[in-house]
Write a protein that binds this ligand. Structure first.
Ligand code: 4AZ
Length: 234
């Protein structure tokens, strides 16, 4: 996370540490992340992560990944449909006031404030594996018509993604943050609207973070895998 600050314990009880990526607990046994993060079957993930890899922090528990699926139309070159869903065992029942739901509405409001969180690097090309304690930053929704402009991403933003950040840069997600949730915070209700996916560097002018869009179409895929194919509690 670039330009952000350390989160407070309990701010994001649904955050999942995958080691080199983030994720979100969207049901007791389902973790949503980015497809490009890879296949975690057989690995342990830290649910409710606040300190990297540390399950002695209140609310944090390890669970094993038993199933993994990426979106059938995920494309590695363009990062189109950068969605993956994992089933974990045992299920984790969060004891928290904060509830995470998935966005199923239409377009986000231009300029609306969103939060992204993670354990990733503090700057582009940082010679590290990210940070030890969860950080967050506020970014603003940037319409695709702007983000696809010639001075911006020049057409690389497709309909499965959108940009969030600032024209001048400064506040952004970065290496190690991908897979983690981008949320709209309304009191104790957090609505996941995106998944950190890619970007040209971190925090650069006219190169905001790019997020897989959580909307009716992606939620339909998530439910089809989670609820039907795996018959889970999603
Ligand atoms: C990454 O490589 C990554 N600035 C994540 C987010 C962004 C760039 C790269 C956005 O995980």
């Amino acid at each position: 996370i670039v330009g952000g600050e350390e989160a407070n314990l309990g701010d994001y009880p649904y955050f999942v540490d995958l080691g080199n990526c983030g994720g979100s607990l969207i049901a007791p046994d389902l973790v949503l992340t980015a497809a490009h993060c890879g296949d975690y079957r057989g690995y342990y993930v830290l649910v409710g992560a606040f300190n990297r890899g540390n399950d002695s922090t209140e609310g944090a528990t390890f669970a094993k990944v038993t199933e993994w699926a990426r979106h059938p139309y995920y494309d590695d070159d363009s990062a189109k449909n950068d969605f993956a869903l994992m089933k974990i065992d045992p299920p984790v029942y969060l004891d928290a006031d904060i509830v995470l739901t998935l966005n199923e509405e239409g377009d986000l409001r231009e300029g609306e404030s969103l939060k992204v969180m993670g354990l990733g690097s503090l700057e582009e090309d940082a010679d590290d594996d990210g940070v030890g304690t969860l950080r967050d930053v506020t970014v603003k929704m940037i319409p695709t018509a702007i983000c696809n402009g010639e001075a911006w991403y020049d057409g690389d933003i497709d309909y499965t993604m959108f940009c969030a950040g600032y024209q001048e840069g400064g506040s952004d997600s970065c290496q190690g943050d991908s897979g983690g949730p981008l949320v709209r915070v309304v009191g104790n209700q957090h609505v996941q609207v995106g998944i950190a996916s890619w970007g040209a560097g971190c925090g650069f002018r006219q190169r905001p973070g790019v997020y897989s869009g959580i909307n009716r179409a992606s939620v339909q895929w998530i439910k089809q895998i989670g609820c039907t194919q795996w018959d889970s509690s999603g």
